[in-house]
Design a protein around this ligand. Structure first.
Ligand code: DSN
Length: 414
């Protein structure tokens, strides 16, 4: 940082403040994590200086020898990690990966079947303002109102009714195991391709804590910065040779130009970390911690959508504890207390998306910091106390101090 402090002290100061914020707060946003110093070094390297449009061995610029080796390593490690035959490591983000996957599987105007955003899907799964709905025709299956888990009868009925080109599973706010094999049965019955967006659970899949989408899914997309604990970015995988060609075409030149080679190097470093035996312990601990937090919140009187969690996240229906709690209030009160979360709609939420009645909580980042099951029980108490102090700034500041003190026991990985 010493160069930055001289040339741009304002930005240097803001980065320092952000580092301090991360150190002194509990990060419970289910889609965030803390990367290693090695991943950070690769992402902040001289590789940012170069154009490398194209793919290893077939670039549109000279001087790409080292870039070819770096991208090939990233591809090989991704294939090893997910036990698949093909990987494209160039997507700049999960949304870009999904766009390119859609382009590889469908023509504009083709229809697909997914879970809508308000039930736990993602905006790139057919939200009306997103390219996925502007260029393609989304239709949505639903959650069972009783179990609040995927209603496979609704998936099958919708699939038989509309004969979609593609069925999409994998979610942003779904706390249960995804049954990829069951989705594949339905996809085969109607002649659809099956895509999984495993952005949230990729680290659990790689670490053996969630079943793999392979060999069931034709195309699998993910981000690399959530449970995989890499740099911000995307990844697309398949076992199908024809699809692999169209995926490469739809990433470049279809939807992107020059790849972010510093980020691809950082992905390679993260994949190498994810291949180590310790990563399996990390994945298991994420789930154990989520179950401990979920259990403790239930003991405090909260209701969880679907009754609990099998993965890294949970959806808390705040109304069961207090009818006046909203997601927006809760997010704000918790932030004042040093606990970072996001408001989230719960199933059939009577409140609008900017308010909501729920919170989404996840354990990947606190698990990276070394918290274990008993620590998550303490976190649940902080959460409950802060929510009850939402109109009491002095009490929230007091909790904030206690949370910062608690955080000192769990150093960041860099
Ligand atoms: N925005 C991400 C999340 O928080 O789940 C998904 O892209």
């Amino acid at each position: 940082m010493h160069h930055l402090e001289k040339t741009d002290p304002r930005i240097a100061k803001l980065i320092e403040q952000e580092q301090q914020r991360q150190q002194s707060t509990l990060e419970l946003i289910a889609s965030e994590n803390h990367v290693s110093a090695a991943v950070m070094e690769a992402a902040g390297s001289v590789l940012t200086n170069k154009y490398a449009e194209g793919y290893p061995g077939a670039r549109y610029y000279g001087g790409c020898d080292y870039y070819d080796q770096i991208e090939t390593l990233a591809i090989d490690r991704a294939k090893q990690l997910f036990n698949c035959k093909f990987a494209n490591v160039q997507p700049h983000s999960g949304a870009n990966a999904n766009l390119a996957a859609f382009m590889a599987m469908m023509k504009p105007g083709d229809s697909f079947l997914a879970l809508d955003l308000s039930s736990g899907g993602h905006l790139s799964h057919g939200m009306k303002l997103n390219t996925s709905a502007i260029f393609y025709k989304p239709d949505f299956y639903r959650l069972d109102p009783d179990t609040q888990t995927i209603d496979f009868e609704s998936v099958r009925q919708k699939a038989l009714q509309n004969r979609p080109k593609m069925i999409l599973c994998g979610y942003s706010a779904y706390p249960r195991i995804v049954d990829f094999a069951r989705f594949r049965q339905i996809a085969d019955e109607v002649g659809a391709l099956l895509m999984a967006d495993i952005a949230h659970i990729a680290g659990l899949v790689a670490g053996g804590a969630h079943p793999s989408p392979f060999p069931h899914c034709h195309v699998v997309t993910t981000t690399t910065h959530k449970t995989l604990r890499g740099p911000r970015g995307g990844l697309i995988m398949t076992n199908d040779e024809e699809l692999s060609k169209s995926i490469n075409r739809s990433v470049f030149p279809g939807s992107q130009g020059g790849p972010l080679m510093h980020i691809i190097a950082a992905k390679a470093v993260a994949f190498q970390e994810d291949l180590q035996p310790q990563f399996r312990d990390y994945a298991r601990q994420i789930v154990a911690n989520a179950k401990a937090l979920a259990g403790a919140l239930i003991e405090h009187g909260y209701r969880l959508q679907s009754g609990g969690t099998d993965n890294h996240l949970m959806l808390v229906d705040l109304r069961a504890r207090n009818e006046n709690f909203t997601g927006a209030d809760a997010e704000k009160a918790l932030e004042a207390a040093g606990i970072i979360t996001n408001k989230n709609a719960i199933l059939n939420d009577p409140r609008p998306p900017k308010i909501t009645s729920g919170l989404r909580l996840g354990t990947p980042a606190v698990t990276t910091r070394g918290l274990k099951e008993n620590d998550l029980k303490i976190v649940a108490s902080f959460i409950d106390r802060a929510l009850h102090a939402k109109e009491n700034p002095a009490e929230l500041t007091k909790i904030r101090g206690e949370v910062a003190e608690f955080c000192r026991r769990f150093p960041m990985p860099h």
